[in-house]
Design a protein around this ligand. Structure first.
Ligand SMILES: NC(=O)c1ccc[n+]([C@@H]2O[C@H](COP(=O)([O-])OP(=O)(O)OC[C@H]3O[C@@H](n4cnc5c(N)ncnc54)[C@H](OP(=O)(O)O)[C@@H]3O)[C@@H](O)[C@H]2O)c1
Length: 200
């Protein structure tokens, strides 16, 4: 299969198109034919070696923890999905090697959900990592009607989803962002504030 990989820790300039063996499918996993892969800040941090102390990383390294695609093969004891199912997910495993910047990726079924028909492949691949981060943060804070929530980097991937979830729960949301993103934040229901000096 074709993949975008790094031979050693490096920068995005070191990414190259390579031909690699198809990933093996462990029990409890399915093989997904990738339609779209999400790109997150953690991808370059992983590639630069910034997670080396906490994550076993093997080379060639294929990055990409967000995927949307079609189930191509079902592993032993992976009864939740069938061949042909359209899925999306945050498919990070406990080590890094076979990510979603590839034609095929294996994923534990616990990391996948059926892709809503209302989302394009690209939209679906953009949701999982940022969406789960935002959702879990808002959930753990117990954000509720009448609360005031400050979301930093509110126009970014995590922030813009966090704003929408907090607004949907009835909170008043203040979001920090560059001036050029203020209209966008207003459209999501937040009150924009420029970050930096004078923020408080
Ligand atoms: N620990 C976790 O589980 C976890 C999970 C997901 C993400 N993250 C991390 O969270 C960060 C955001 O991720 P993302 O996917 O949302 O990134 P992103 O889409 O690239 O968004 C980054 C945002 O940061 C804003 N920003 C830059 N400097 C800022 C400042 N001084 N104060 C406030 N906002 C500032 C930018 O806003 P403007 O364009 O408006 O300037 C931009 O929208 C990254 O560092 C990522 O690695 C951590």
């Amino acid at each position: 299969m074709k993949a975008i990989a790094l031979d050693t820790y490096g920068s995005p300039d070191d990414l190259r198109l390579v031909e690699l063996p198809e990933p093996k499918v462990a029990p409890g996993e399915v093989l997904v034919r990738v339609k779209a892969a999400g790109v997150n800040p953690v991808d370059w941090k992983l590639g630069a070696g910034m997670l080396d102390a906490v994550m076993e990383t093997r080379f060639p390294l294929i990055s990409g923890w967000d995927v949307a695609g079609v189930v191509e093969r079902v592993g032993f004891d992976a009864t939740e999905f069938a061949v042909g199912d359209e899925v999306y997910g945050y498919i990070r495993k406990d080590w890094a090697q076979n990510g979603a910047y590839a034609e095929l990726v294996s994923a534990p079924v616990r990391t996948l959900a059926k892709k809503p028909a209302s989302l394009s492949w690209e939209e679906a691949a953009g949701v999982p990592l940022a969406g789960l981060t935002a959702y879990q943060s808002i959930e753990r804070l117990g954000v509720d009607r009448g609360d005031v929530v400050l979301v930093h980097a509110a126009a970014g991937g995590v922030g813009s989803l966090g704003v929408q979830i907090a607004v949907a729960r009835g909170a008043r949301v203040i979001g920090t962002a560059s001036e050029r993103n203020h209209e966008f934040l207003r459209s999501l229901g937040a009150e924009p504030v420029t970050y930096g000096e004078g923020l408080a």
